[in-house]
Design a protein around this ligand. Structure first.
Ligand SMILES: Nc1ncnc2c1ncn2[C@@H]1O[C@H](COP(=O)(O)OP(=O)(O)O)[C@@H](O)[C@H]1O
Ligand SMILES: [Mg+2]
Length: 485
């Protein structure tokens, strides 16, 4: 491979954005970590409420990533379900902004039929490593004085002339049919300030020249006015863009082509391709053409990974290009998937040893209420104060998630009664229509004989949460048994 392709970078960036938006969903109200300049958490800010200690710690992680000097660190967010682990990770992603690659996967996504677990992990890793590439390009920048187009009488290709000026000079350029088409498409007229990329011929409209601001009534109100450029018409301009290593991999792997980025079915990528790309990127770094932007790989529900994945992570974290790894789990002492060994958080000790652990704690009633208020705003639901108090009580008794899910259902109930806002009766109605885990479990205990596959032996007096954990483990074991057969 003599040269590495980097085209279609904008389209792939769009693809990345789309997937990100789609994933946020339940966390769309989170717009950052809500920290002040000294990285102290504000009480309620950017959609974030409470969880001060965890947010403060994440702020330090943010700083570490933002400076981009440290690679291969791993952070574990540990805490009970619904304590905002995923929310904090999303806040971190938002705080880091567009230019820092942030990849989100769930532990279970690794297991697919199309590629091996380690390939899936490798792709996720390389998605999280950005390469900032500096390219110098030659452009022509000037104010359009005149565009003349000649249409030959007997048909044939159009030709024309474009006159551009700066404050100091004026030049006439000959136009071919392609450039004329491009100018027409961009609706370029006299008085526009434009740039033309000499290599690609791409035209970019910067705005209207101030000298033309008097013909204001002929333009829309949102027209942007810019100064007429100074100096030479031809300029060198530095263009910077960030692509992830994975994107470079896909674009350069011959059987896939960049279209695979849209479809998402990139398949396995040959290790030779990756080696060549790593080599090329290393060269660029030495020549000062590119820098590495270590991003973040966030693996949610990390207890779904097995020994093979964990040991891969161990090893991968040692690479100097490794992104910062953020993982989250709600497990306590649990079996490591696929083994009979129990370990804290369901993660092997040797990986745990490398982690910085941030723990999240349950919310107080006041915090819960604030989160619910924010969610009501996010879902555009008006709720009466007493209804909100009831919903908060329900959240404390059952779970935050259950209460959040009730919001939209209750608002539909209110709409059905043609009431302008959600009242207590709507909350009550939804509460009776949809049961929460506790009531459902209660029901199962009472009527288990009438269901299929009941395995509950009576006299189990453990806490609710432990119960559900045990149940899940049992289910996993069942799965494993099935596979062995
Ligand atoms: N501190 C917080 N501020 C605002 N919203 C929160 C906060 N913590 C949790 N949430 C919201 O509550 C819901 C459950 O939290 P989530 O992050 O999914 O919990 P976990 O991942 O710990 O199980 C989500 O919709 C989340 O956005
Ligand atoms: Mg979560």
């Amino acid at each position: 491979m003599s040269d590495i392709k980097l085209t279609n970078t904008t389209s792939s960036a769009e693809v990345r954005e789309l997937t990100r938006l789609e994933r946020i969903g339940a966390h769309s109200h989170i717009r950052g970590l809500g920290l002040d300049d000294s990285l102290e958490p504000r009480d309620v800010s950017m959609g974030m409420v409470g969880q001060q200690a965890a947010r403060r710690a994440t702020g330090i992680v943010f700083k570490m990533i933002n400076e981009g000097k440290i690679s291969g660190r791993a952070i574990l967010l540990a805490g009970r379900p619904g304590t905002g682990k995923t929310a904090i990770a999303m806040g971190l992603a938002q705080a880091l902004g567009e230019d820092t690659p942030f990849t989100t996967i769930a532990g279970s996504e690794i297991f697919s039929l199309e590629m091996s677990k380690t390939e899936a992990l490798t792709q996720a890793f390389r998605r999280s490593i950005g390469v900032r590439i500096m390219e110098e390009s030659e452009i022509i920048e000037g104010e359009v004085v005149e565009i003349q187009v000649d249409t030959p009488a007997g048909g044939g290709e159009k030709t024309g002339r474009l006159t551009l000026c700066t404050t100091e000079m004026e030049t006439v350029y000959d136009l071919g049919a392609k450039m004329i088409e491009a100018l027409t498409k961009e609706k370029v007229t006299a008085g526009d300030v434009i740039t033309i990329d000499k290599a690609s011929g791409r035209i970019n409209k910067l705005g209207r020249s101030f000298t033309r601001s008097r013909d204001y009534d002929a333009t829309g109100a949102q027209t942007r006015f810019v100064q007429c450029p100074e100096g030479e018409l031809q300029k060198r301009k530095e263009v910077v863009h960030v692509v992830s290593l994975h994107e470079i991999d896909v674009i350069n792997s011959r059987q896939q082509g960049f279209l695979a980025l849209f479809a998402g079915d990139t398949g396995e990528i040959k290790s030779e391709v990756r080696e060549q790309i790593d080599q090329k990127v290393a060269e660029w770094r030495e020549e000062g053409k590119a820098t590495i932007v270590p991003g973040v790989l966030f693996i949610d529900e990390v207890h779904m990974l097995d020994m093979e994945c964990f040991s891969w992570l161990n090893r991968a974290l040692e690479s100097d290009m490794a992104p910062v790894l953020v993982i989250a789990t709600n497990r306590g002492i649990a079996k490591i998937r696929g083994t009979n060994y129990k370990s804290p958080h369901g993660i092997p000790i040797d990986l745990l040893d490398r982690l910085m652990i941030i723990s999240t704690s349950p919310y107080t009633e006041a915090e819960t209420k604030k989160i619910l208020i924010i969610r009501c705003e996010e879902e555009d639901v008006e709720m009466a104060e007493d209804a909100l108090d009831l919903l908060t009580r329900i959240a404390m008794e059952t779970s935050l998630r259950y209460a959040i899910h009730m919001i939209i259902a209750a608002s539909l109930c209110a709409a059905k009664r043609k009431a302008p806002e959600v009242q207590i009766e709507d909350i009550k109605r939804v509460y009776s229509l949809f049961v929460d885990v506790k009531r459902s479990t209660q029901f199962l205990m009472e009527y288990q004989k009438e269901f299929m596959f009941n395995e509950l032996d009576n006299g189990d007096d453990e806490e609710d949460e432990d119960d559900s954990d045990d149940e899940e483990e049992d289910m996993e074991e069942d799965e494993d048994d099935g596979m062995d057969e």
